[in-house]
Design a protein around this ligand. Structure first.
Ligand SMILES: Nc1ncnc2c1ncn2[C@@H]1O[C@H](COP(=O)(O)OP(=O)(O)OP(=O)(O)O)[C@@H](O)[C@H]1O
Ligand SMILES: [Mg+2]
Length: 381
């Protein structure tokens, strides 16, 4: 095992607050994620237990092999490895197929990292379909969002006009009816307003072209946090971790505000519903080099280096709705419309981005992957 590889681990286990140093091999071996180390000639130098299982080959056999013994030389994984070596950066690729007579794996996410003190060596973290499945699901969410597109346009058109008539009539009546009946006219007005609000939210699903420009995502996040803290998330602690060097997103500021507001609102609602007194919402941004994602139905891969994370320590997403989380009208809340995440999926997909979800009790994380503005880094929003 390379000393470079163990160094980071040792630095962690060597901290004074831990009772005794742990064996770094044991740690790596116990890691449930498949990890392999390749040397400069793409020979296997190390594989943990998870990797042995994943590849179906024992470590003893593996260290006699090269990567090219397992996958054909035109596999994109070799390109990824070269990029790691050339750029000396971490590169990840999603939805790879590792296929050969010995191996048959689809939808694999591979992350390659250089080892600074071991020139040419590359550490590969392989992830099975589960992570990729989230992405698949995201891709189907796009379809779900589209299916309401036509309906949204019709609703907006057909409901709004008569609705304003109803509202106006109720308002007129308010002045001339008895006190007891006024309650009813107010009810009509309030309900008309509620339906209008719903229709307004639906309208975003119609395929109207949107204006896009450079958007400073931190300003968007700050705006959303302020809105949240002065309203629905007044008693919830916010933690921020922003990468200040982040370039602008090419996007529509108002729509990105809506996306983040929906995510933060869901986070706050989950915390509040659980009665969690130590509720915390974490907002983070990061620049991830080399994140490429497959565009469905094409060979194209898009670069989505900008990551925005909304995390909460609420109870997690209920099991029964996980599969349909981003579908419209899916809600576990008595008064929820179930449009929040459908809207998020639609806007993110319109921006050419992707969204991933990872949820368990005490930790729910929505990760947006967005493209950056390529040439023009100036910021007008
Ligand atoms: N951070 C979260 N923690 C736990 N559950 C969540 C979280 N975010 C979303 N959910 C679940 O996903 C469901 C769908 O969310 P979505 O935002 O689409 O609709 P909603 O919040 O129920 O209604 P609306 O957003 O229209 O008011 C929620 O009802 C909730 O069960
Ligand atoms: Mg919501």
């Amino acid at each position: 095992m390379s000393s470079a590889l163990t160094r980071g681990v040792l630095a962690v286990v060597g901290r004074r607050d831990l009772p005794r140093p742990l064996d770094e091999h044991a740690l790596l071996s116990a890691l449930p994620m498949p990890v392999v180390l390749l040397d400069a000639d793409n020979r296997f130098r190390f594989a943990n237990h998870a990797a042995e299982q994943f590849l179906g080959i024992s470590l003893v056999q593996l260290i006699q092999l090269r990567l090219s013994d397992l996958v054909p030389p035109d596999n994109p994984i070799f390109l990824l490895i070269e990029q790691v070596r050339d750029g000396d950066v971490t590169v990840s690729d999603h939805d790879l197929t590792l296929e050969s007579p010995r191996l048959r794996k689809h939808g694999i996410t591979v992350q390659g990292t250089p080892l600074p003190e071991e020139p040419g060596a590359v550490l590969l973290v392989l992830q099975d379909a589960s992570a990729a499945r989230t992405l698949d699901r995201q891709l189907t969410f796009r379809g779900a969002a589209r299916s309401v597109t036509g309906m949204a346009a019709i609703l907006a058109h057909e409901v709004k006009n008569p609705l304003s008539g109803i509202r106006g009539a109720a308002q007129l009546l308010e002045g001339s009816v008895s006190e007891a009946d006024r309650e009813l006219t107010v009810l009509i007005r309030d309900e008309a307003d509620r339906i209008r609000g719903l229709v307004d939210r639906m309208e975003i699903f119609s395929e109207k072209p949107i204006e896009r420009g450079p958007v400073n995502i931190h300003r968007v996040l700050e705006h959303v946090r302020r809105l949240a803290q002065s309203g629905f998330a007044a008693h919830i602690r916010f933690t921020e971790g922003y990468d200040p060097s982040l370039p602008s997103v090419l996007g529509n500021r108002d729509q990105l505000v809506q996306v983040l507001l929906n995510l933060v609102k869901n986070a706050a609602e989950a915390i509040i519903a659980a009665g969690n007194a130590n509720g915390e919402i974490t907002l983070m941004t990061a620049f991830q080099h080399g994140v490429r994602l497959a565009v469905p139905g094409s060979e194209q891969r898009v670069h989505l280096p900008l990551v925005v994370v909304v995390r909460d320590n609420g109870p997690g997403i209920p099991d029964d709705i996980r599969q349909h989380l981003f579908d419209p009208f899916v809600s576990s809340k008595p008064s929820g419309s179930g449009l929040g995440l459908a809207l998020v999926a639609k806007v993110v997909s319109d921006h050419g981005g992707l969204i991933e979800v990872d949820s368990r009790p005490g930790r729910t994380e929505f990760r947006l992957h967005l493209p950056v503005l390529s040439d023009d880094a100036t910021d007008t929003n």
